[in-house]
Each structure stands twice: as structure tokens, then as C-alpha cells.
Design a protein around this ligand. Sequence first.
Ligand code: NAG
Length: 297
Amino acid sequence: MARQGYIVHYRCFIIVFALCFAKNLRLQTAHRMILATEEFTDEEQLTSAMDKVCINFGKKILDIIPGRVSTEVDARLSFDKEGMIEKAKKLIELYKAEGIKKDRILIKLSSTWEGIQAARELESKYGIHCNMTLLFNFYQAVACADAGVTLISPFVGRILDWHVKNTDKKSFEPLEDPGVRSVTQIYNYYKKFNYKTVVMGASFRNTGQITGLAGCDLLTISPALLEQLSQSTDSLEVQLDKKRALESDLEKVEVDEKIFRWQMNEDEMANDKLSDGIRKFAADAIKLENVLRQKLA
Ligand SMILES: *[C@@H]1O[C@H](CO)[C@@H](O)[C@H](O)[C@H]1NC(C)=O
């Protein structure tokens, strides 16, 4: 049903750092490499070290898996289209210097209007593949497909979290789950109107959300939920397929910047969750920066 995705993520960085990078040889190499060029300012050194650490983690993962790895662009650039493009190009360049082709990399960007337009340019002009994250709403998904991005990773569980926290309803049947419904609508829209953008559902809170999306292009499933699924003897029914998508009553919509911003503002959940997600990813980046700052001092 699903293939696992791999992600270079600041949150993991911190943990992995603590666990096994006490004697980080690669980081020391990065350190030396950076120190060799005296005219860099402290901030530039820090940025280079951050980039290098991202690449090293990606490389480590690519050494052990056959597929692709996602490397995230610093969330503090989420509203800076040119900044995201520059950073993505830089990361791909660093991978290339390590002998890794861009086909094995997905650049992970926030699904802000700016992020989506950055992805449009990265895909069309540079052939750099993007994984759009912090995606909670249909209009974000439509804008991503229009921009020709390779993959979106809508967050199913975080949509549920918002509803549990902000409404009276605390639990949902799988097919009534707001996260499942959101991804189903996006999947149907993509298939009905022949978009190639791949839908990779992510952030699951329970197995019902996963089985409720059986048939989706790809899903990111945590080891704990995979384990639960493997214990289950329930029959698994396909919920998403092209036939059902074609039968859905979805109509084609046009999403320009004004419509995108309006629709995001109308959708309290998506608006909250996008902002919250950016804040959290940014906080993680700062944590990692502080670790690196100490190492560089
Ligand atoms: C894309 O990013 C999401 C997080 O937004 C992650 O769960 C997923 O594994 C990534 N996909 C790939 C193929 O790397």
C-alpha cells in the first residue's frame, strides 16, 4: 500500500545529534572546510555549516535506502520565494559535489504561496523536485498541482488534532475523519483532472486514518503504526482509486494568489496549522543552529 518516505528534518537532527554525533567527524570536516576560508562572516559560516549538516544527514540515509530523501529548506525562508530558490539550488549543488544526483532528492518547502511559487520555478527551470509540506487545505493542493510540483505531503493527523482541540467532537470514524476527507478530496481532484503531482499522506494519529486512505499514491507511516497494521487481520478495502475520483462531483477551480490567500484566511484550521508548523520548524532550525554555533566557536 505504501512506500516509506525519508526525511531530513531538524527535529530528527537534534535527537540523532545527541545520540550518535558526539564525535561527528563529518561535522569536523565541514568545520575545517569552512574555517579554511577566512573571509566568511560568523553568520555565513553558520549557514554553511547548517547546509552541510543537512547534506550529511541526507547522504547517510541515502547510503542505506534505494529511494529518495527529502531535505528541508529552512522554514524561516517560508515567505521568501527567491530565498527558498537559492537555498534549494545550494543544497542540490552540495549533494552534487558528494556525487548525489538531484533525482534522489526532494526539496521540502512550506506550502505558502511563496513556497509554491518557488517550487514552480525549481521544477520547471532547474528540474529540482519538491515535496510540499505543511499542507492542510484543498486550495494549497490545487496551487501545488498547478505549479507542477512533484509531490505533496498533506498532514492528516495535524488536521485531526486541530478539530479535537477546537471543536466538541473528539473522535471520528475513519471515513469521517477531517484529515482523511481532506486528502480524499485532494486525491480525487488530482486524478479527475489528470495532475501528475503525487499525493503522499503523512502525520497519522491512528491506523483508521491510514486504512481510510488505502489506495493513496504514497503514505508516510511511522514504525509504531506499521507494526499495528501488521498485527491486524481486518480486511483492507481500497478507498481511493481513479474510478471513484472520476465519479466525484469535483469541479475544476482556478487558484491565483488572491484566491489562495483568501481561502487560507477563510480556513481557520489550515491558517492556524500552517503558521504553527512554520513556527515549530523555525524553532527547530534555531535549536540546531545553537548546537552548531557551539561547535564552531
Ligand atoms: C515529504 O515530506 C513529508 C513531511 O512533510 C514526509 O513525511 C515525507 O516522507 C516526504 N516524502 C518523501 C518521499 O521524502
